[in-house]
Design a binder for this molecule. Structure first.
Ligand code: ZN
Length: 299
């Protein structure tokens, strides 16, 4: 911890020129940066020069936004603190290795400096150091199908972690596992994506049923499927808007959800396509608005 009112810069950070403010992270001042962001929780007291604390965590870089001339806001999904946005200074000024490590899809070990005793809450923390754990981007960005699937995974992970600083360990582990599978090319990218989306729904409490009736529990297989009702439903429980997917499609989706890759990999393309449509409808229903990146995915 740096003592109160200390103006010492965190390690690895060059002291900016004259005319700066009172030191430390300047909180939420994205200025000309990219998309609008949700309001930061908690206070953003500019004048508060409280003590600074050091945090360390593993995380996956979800997204980066420009900040000013040379800086970036990095959004990460971390193991211990859920979604975190942090300022990385000077990363755009040169071809810094530090900046290169903080690219989307990278799995990194990061050090943060934050004002006060909490990582989240009093302005954006500074990201001062990072070490690569696994550079998944290398195996993803060079292939269009992997890249679009991976981008949809990052966006989904961000959408399912609404509250910054709130741990979402299962979502984090799913993302790391999904990106690793995608980068290695072990399975078709759109299958890796659908498995990730289904499991993300499941760990967030929206597991769809592909067998028993989601309403009355009647054992399956059940013929009808309704996004609003929670998946497979029986004839008695069917609701307007129910669809009748093929039995193979439901088997395929159940295999993706449980990780039965032998079954999922062997699925005929038309059933996999129908399954993707159901997954995407189900996800949109629960996330209320669609994922921008999903429409670029090749099925
Ligand atoms: Zn029923």
């Amino acid at each position: 911890m740096i003592p109160r009112r200390s103006r010492a810069a965190p390690p690895g950070r060059r002291r900016p020129g004259p005319g700066r403010d009172r030191g430390g992270p300047r909180g939420a001042t994205p200025g000309d940066s990219g998309p609008t962001r949700p309001k930061a929780p908690g206070r953003n007291s500019v004048r508060d020069n409280g003590p600074m604390s050091l945090f360390r965590d593993d995380g996956v870089v979800l997204r980066t936004q420009k900040l000013g001339e040379a800086d970036r806001i990095i959004t990460l999904l971390t193991r211990g603190h859920g979604r975190v946005r942090a300022v990385a200074r000077g990363v755009r000024r040169t071809k810094s290795k530090f900046g290169a490590r903080l690219e989307p899809f990278s799995h990194v070990d990061v050090q943060f400096f934050a004002r006060g005793g909490e990582l989240i809450g009093r302005g954006l923390p500074l990201c001062t150091q990072s070490e690569t754990i696994a550079p998944y981007g290398g195996g993803i960005v060079t292939d269009y199908a992997r890249y679009t699937a991976g981008t949809a995974m990052l966006e989904t992970a961000e959408r399912f972690t609404d509250h910054e600083g709130e741990p979402a360990v299962q979502q984090y582990l799913l993302l790391v596992g999904g990106l690793r599978t995608l980068a290695r090319g072990e399975h078709a990218p759109h299958l890796v994506l659908d498995a990730f989306l289904l499991r993300s729904l499941a760990v967030n409490g929206y597991a769809p049923s592909f067998d028993a009736c989601a309403k009355c529990g009647m054992p399956g297989p059940n013929r009808f499927f309704s996004v609003a009702a929670g998946g497979s439903i029986c004839a008695d429980c069917r609701v307007p808007g129910s669809v009748v997917p093929s039995a193979e499609t439901l088997t395929h989706l159940a295999a993706l959800l449980t990780g039965d890759w032998q079954t999922a990999d062997a699925c005929e393309p038309r059933h996999a396509r129908e399954g993707s449509g159901l997954v995407s409808a189900y996800l949109h229903w629960h996330l209320e608005r669609g994922l921008r990146s999903l429409r670029y995915v090749e099925k």
